[in-house]
Ligand binder design. Structure first.
Ligand SMILES: *Cc1c(COP(=O)(O)O)cnc(C)c1O
Length: 430
């Protein structure tokens, strides 16, 4: 597709980044199942290795199928470039990698995917990095947590475990004033419900494993760059602003301008960390994205219907869905998430732990899995699974108390989902 007029989301989700295959005319993007690419001649090879010419060398770095996905996600997010990688967690490391160094920290929201909390609070310490967790609704606390070694602020848009949406604009202003980028994990909202770059974010990360692929088939991740951050404005980001010793002294920002972060992600990040997305995974995710808007509309519509039904049910104590009129985030949803608050929420069942376990066991359509963003409806009782090792106090603080279940509402018939919940709640409260 040409760069012509600005097309609508429904058009871009099918066409952005793709063109008929130059070799065969194949209309669908082929899976380029190849490791290496033949150089035209020695000069061509040298130009590619010098980053003087953009092209394909080796699939740890770039692959034509993956490249289509990168351009598609970048376009849908309103960024200048994107780098795909092997999982959402890989994307988080890849996003932080050019920014951080030993002794540096990231200020992160307390409301994050459980795996991200572990990655940030434990594993990144091995790189000499650290994370400070704050309530991102308390902007003064965010400002206070930023020190001279902070290199980024990190949050989720529609956040785990559900019922919360972040005020991205306000957080971006705080990060801007501190001269550091805001990184937004947009996995649960997708660019259909939220475009963090428009709200001031510098980088967007995705677990493409979830809604972008949409049917629980492959893991993948993506980092999108807005291209708007001035990496040379202060001395905090030497990997981007200063000569990079890992690439014969190349200055990425000076050389590539707004594409500095993207080029660094490929030339250094994928080259040396090797968290590469394979072309099969890119293919599945491209197929998923073609129907993203249609699925997200149904996800939101079903989530709203089911949350309202649960809220009115006597066997349910409370429902935390930001799309409900009763949510404290109702106004924020209207202003920043006009297409809806996603399809992820928690609800508390009267009868506590035992009732939740019975509910999960009795459901027939809902699957009991540790995943979200599938076409199928999913449920998890966090207190007996993902949050099992925490104290009851820690579970409550994480929104995963013993009497709470988290659901990821799928795109099945909403009436069938309600009937399934109804019969399972009857068994749970018997
Ligand atoms: C699943 C998920 C991740 C991690 O992604 P993987 O692809 O499983 O590595 C990160 N953030 C959010 C919000 C997620 O839902």
């Amino acid at each position: 597709m040409s760069d012509g007029p600005t097309y609508g989301f429904d058009t871009l989700q099918i066409h952005a980044g793709a063109r008929p295959d130059p070799a065969t005319g194949a209309r669908q993007t082929p899976i380029y199942q190849t490791t290496a690419y033949v150089f035209r001649d020695a000069e061509h090879a040298a130009a590619l290795f010098n980053l003087q010419e953009v092209g394909y060398i080796y699939s740890r770095l770039t692959n034509p199928t993956v490249a289509v996905l990168q351009e598609r996600v970048a376009t849908l997010e309103g960024g200048v470039g994107a780098v795909c990688c092997s999982s959402g967690h890989a994307a988080q490391i890849m996003a932080l990698f050019p920014l951080m160094g030993p002794g540096c920290n990231v200020v992160a929201s307390t409301r994050l995917y459980g795996g991200t909390v572990t990655q940030f609070s434990q594993t990144i310490k091995r790189f000499g990095w650290s994370a400070t967790f704050v309530d991102t609704d308390d902007l003064e606390a965010v400002k206070a947590a930023i020190d001279e070694n902070t290199r980024a602020v990190f949050c989720e848009s529609v956040a785990n475990p559900g019922g919360y949406v972040t005020d991205i604009r306000a957080l971006a202003d705080v990060a801007d004033a501190a001269g550091i980028p805001l990184i937004v994990d947009n996995t649960s909202a997708t660019p259909y419900l939220c475009r963090p770059i428009e709200q001031g974010a510098t980088l967007v990360v995705h677990s493409t494993t979830k809604y972008l692929t949409g049917n629980g088939t492959v893991t993948g991740g993506c980092i999108v760059d807005s291209g708007k951050f001035d990496w040379s404005a202060n001395d905090k980001f030497p990997s981007l602003s200063q000569p990079e010793p890992a690439y014969h002294g190349l200055k990425f920002h000076e050389t590539f301008g707004p594409l500095a972060f993207t080029f660094h992600g490929i030339a250094i990040g994928l080259r040396d960390l090797g968290m590469t997305m394979n072309p099969q995974a890119a293919h599945y995710t491209l197929m998923g994205i073609e129907t993203l808007s249609l699925r997200m509309e149904r996800h939101v519509e079903n989530a709203r219907k089911i949350a309202e039904w649960l809220e009115a049910d006597e066997r349910v104590e409370y429902v935390t869905y930001a799309g409900l009129a009763s949510s404290p985030y109702h106004d924020r949803v209207k202003a920043q998430y006009p297409r809806g608050a996603g399809a992820l929420f928690t609800f508390a069942v009267k009868g506590g732990y035992d009732a939740c376990v019975k509910l999960v066991n009795a459901l027939e359509i809902f699957s009991h899995v540790a995943n979200l963003g599938d076409a199928r409806s999913l449920i998890i009782h966090s207190a007996s699974t993902t949050h099992r090792q925490l104290t009851p106090e820690q579970q409550e603080a994480a929104g995963a108390g013993p009497g709470v279940v988290r659901v990821s509402i799928g795109i099945e018939d909403a009436n069938d989902l309600i009937a399934d919940l109804d019969q399972a709640l009857a068994k749970a409260s018997a």
